[in-house]
Design a protein around this ligand. Structure first.
Ligand SMILES: *[C@@H]1O[C@H](CO)[C@@H](O)[C@H](O)[C@H]1NC(C)=O
Ligand SMILES: [Cu+2]
Length: 140
């Protein structure tokens, strides 16, 4: 009985830990998703340690901007005509569901070229990927 109880506490503790690890990120911080102020979204995204379960929020004026998730090729060429997902509410909460690279851009004319694009890089869980070396690599 005591063992069952401590097992319960352990699992509840793990669940609480999972919740506390999930982070909410507002894209561009106080600036939001915009052309104003020349926010470097690539740099912004590269400075974060995203994980599965995190929430990415895009805040913007819907008259001028939107959010499209695209393929790597379309990201490179700033082509939003074949989106994997489209967001247009002006306050889009996107929950990171899987590891990998997630490419986003604004599909209004020339906005992507002007810098409204970024990559959310989500590393695979460290327990899944065995590390070959003695030190941890953080090349994200
Ligand atoms: C965007 O991609 C579509 C489909 O792949 C293609 O037809 C279109 O020409 C592309 N647009 C630009 C501006 O490259
Ligand atoms: Cu835009």
């Amino acid at each position: 009985m005591a063992l069952l109880k401590s097992a319960m506490i352990f699992f509840l503790g793990m669940a609480a830990l999972q919740v506390s690890i999930a982070t909410v990120y507002k894209v561009g911080d106080s600036a939001g998703w915009t052309l104003i102020g020349n926010v470097d979204y690539k740099k912004w995204a590269a400075s974060k340690n995203f994980h599965v379960g995190d929430t990415i929020i895009f805040k913007y004026n819907t008259q001028y901007h939107n959010v499209k998730q695209v393929s790597h090729a379309d990201y490179k060429s700033c082509n939003g005509s074949n989106p994997l997902a489209t967001y247009t509410t002006g306050s889009d909460s996107i929950i990171v569901k899987k590891p990998g690279h997630h490419f986003f851009l604004c599909d209004f004319p020339h906005h992507c070229q002007a810098g409204m694009k970024g990559v959310i890089r989500v590393p695979r869980a460290s327990s899944v990927a065995p590390s070959p070396g003695p030190s941890h690599n953080h090349n994200y």
